[in-house]
Write a protein that binds this ligand. Structure first.
Ligand SMILES: [Zn+2]
Length: 330
């Protein structure tokens, strides 16, 4: 029960949207941290663009409100007679996102809310189906399946049992741009969840018999996706918008590829794309930033450290927007 993966493509898409939002937040936060509070000039807050709707209309309202020449001081004791710009940044940025970059390039981003009794910890990887080669399309999603199928120290059953014993929830999804593994657990189980994530990411066994069994699972998932018109439409949309590029292909790849992907394809993809600098360890809820940084340092020691960035890979193989039209008669 606790160990479920998203087979439903609809859920998959919702999750990608959430992740995209989360990644966006992380990037913003990262930028904010890089600039640092000390880097902001003393008069900077005044120059900041208004951030809430009623701030934006404050000027327009001010222009129309006639100032009273002799306002009754009783009404002005606690407030301004006209709407005023207020800097809400501090409220909007709470809880603060803290980001630390480790020596190997791995980033750790956390948001603490210590009144919470639960936490979500995860690994967001800047790698998805758009980084696949045409011959191995579908490998990113295949890897995601295989990382739940046993490690050097935990069999697939033990992995499942361990999360279930915690009353936790381990999940993953693959999108065109990202792959994510995350666990929702009680506060006391955060170190164990981190340990499981580090284990599946760095020491998955990728056994041949498991690979063969997983082909069937993925082919059935493909059939399921084919039956969901909202999924099929988005695949067509990508295919028409980015013709003959990796972004134009469906995330699951083709059935022929799923039948022929090899263990070497899986290992190559992990080695090339699951690199430290393209990963963010994220934690939100009942966590302390320093604890997560410490655990990440101890647990994620054997990630590949290839410095190639996604920008470099995209520049090598850009997915140019072609646009076109497809008409499907039902
Ligand atoms: Zn799947």
């Amino acid at each position: 029960m606790a160990f479920r993966r998203l087979l439903s493509a609809a859920v998959r898409r919702r999750s990608s949207a959430a992740a995209a939002a989360a990644a966006g937040n992380a990037r913003e936060a990262s930028t904010a941290v890089a600039a640092g509070p000390g880097a902001i000039a003393p008069d900077a807050p005044a120059a900041r663009a208004p951030v809430m709707a009623y701030d934006r209309i404050a000027d327009a309202v001010n222009a129309r409100v006639r100032r009273l020449e002799h306002p009754d001081p009783r009404f002005l004791r606690y407030a301004s007679p006209v709407p005023a710009h207020v800097d809400h940044t501090a409220i909007l940025e709470a809880p603060e996102t803290k980001v630390t970059t480790l020596d190997n390039g791995l980033r750790v981003a956390t948001e603490s809310s210590l009144s919470s009794r639960t936490a979500t910890v995860g690994v967001w990887i800047d790698a998805g189906s758009r980084y696949e080669t045409e011959e191995a399309a579908g490998v990113a999603h295949f890897v995601e399946h295989m990382l739940f199928k046993g490690t050097g120290t935990r069999s697939a059953g033990q992995l499942e049992q361990e999360i279930e014993d915690m009353g936790g929830h381990l999940n993953a999804y693959t999108s065109r741009e990202q792959t994510t593994y995350y666990a929702k657990v009680l506060d006391k189980d955060v170190p164990r969840a981190m340990n499981v994530l580090a284990d599946i990411l760095q020491d998955s066994k990728l056994e041949d018999n498991r690979i063969e069994r997983e082909r069937g699972v993925i082919l059935r998932e493909m059939e399921e996706v084919q039956g969901q018109s909202e999924e099929v439409i988005f695949d067509h949309l990508h295919a028409t918008a980015f013709q003959y590029t990796s972004l134009g292909r469906p995330i699951l790849g083709s059935a022929d590829n799923v039948k022929s992907i090899t263990k070497k394809n899986l290992i190559d993809y992990i080695q090339k794309h699951y690199t430290a600098s393209r990963m963010v360890i994220t934690a939100a809820g009942a966590v302390k930033h320093e604890d997560i940084v410490q655990q990440a340092k101890e647990l994620f020691k054997s990630l590949p450290t290839d410095p190639t960035t996604t920008n470099m890979l995209v520049a090598e193989q850009p997915a140019i927007f072609t646009g076109s039209e497809v008409c499907i008669l039902l």
